[in-house]
Design a protein around this ligand. Sequence first.
Ligand code: PLP
Length: 372
Amino acid sequence: MKPASTRAEGLPRSAIREIMILAAGRPEVIHLEVGEPDAATPLHIIEGAFEAARKGWTRYAPNAGLPSLRKRVAARAKVTEDRIVITTGAVGGLFSALMSVLDPGDEILIPDPGWPNYAAIAHLAGAEVVRFPMPASRGFLPDMADIRRLTTAKTKAILVNTPGNPTGALFPPRLMQELVEHVRANGLYLVSDEVYEDMVFEGEHVSAGSFGAEENMFIVTGASKSFAMTGWRLGWLVCPPQLAGVATALQEPTTSCASTISQKAGEAALDGGEAAVRDLCAKFKRRRDLAVEILRKYIPVVPAGAFYAFVDISHTGQDSLKFCKRLLAEKSVAAVPGITFGPQSDRYIRIAFTINDADLRKGLERIAEQLG
Ligand code: PLP
């Protein structure tokens, strides 16, 4: 057999995997590493899926998704329906966006810290990942001077995420506008991951889509976080009009289409109003406040959205993987090593507020003890 030496084989491995393996089979562990809402999917959405399945919505959907769902998503995103592609989770949207524009040898600018799947998808596309820093001293936001400096003739796309995982930072309108102007002026694509758009505690989420430049713009969102639907695998992608056909065609050899039953559940979610979304967001805000109360000294930037905090562990002198291993071994708390999110993020760990308040408090207190 020929030795395999594929890009898939070389996929970067996440340090979170090590923590999860170590935490497995230990029921006493408090899990602050899990990046999904702990709430059940609201009942009206589950009922919508049941009803659709009973009515026969159990077959393939078109590659771009059910027209009835695309219409609802377009209305929510305030764009035309022809730009919408329904995807298998927001991951499917990210994959479709990056694969639509990247070729081997191209460069893509991604954030440090940034969600690890960005680099993994770019790697599969054969593109070079160029990291732009988002230091705590800048509120975990990028500096346009860095973005300009790192943009070369090979740069094809810039990826941003607001509200951000792992920091909860929210891009202010002016920064977003400058980014949009930059991609427009340089003929680049902006891939804006806005999957946490509804999880905002202070300030306002400003979509990259609010500044025009639709030919340069992919916006990735979906049902996972807003409606507590991670397992339904339902995302939606707003494409540049000229690339919607490419992103649609990409669905065929990857997933063919997002699950039809999940798409009908998505319609029930979007028809059901925003009350469930607001309740979820209020819960995360309360827990965010608890995290900031207990770990104030170590959270350099109060998260304005999503459901994470990036905690500075640098005074311990340990790297983030070592710290997380010790935290697990000594305090039975699982957290994510910052190194997972980029080479410049090794002085942090990420915690998620996705467990009940009592366990969260216990977990936070144990981290505070570990931090001294
Ligand atoms: N983007 C970010 C920043 C995320 O944190 C996640 C999931 O954790 C996703 C995208 C993927 O969402 P989905 O579960 O809809 O694929």
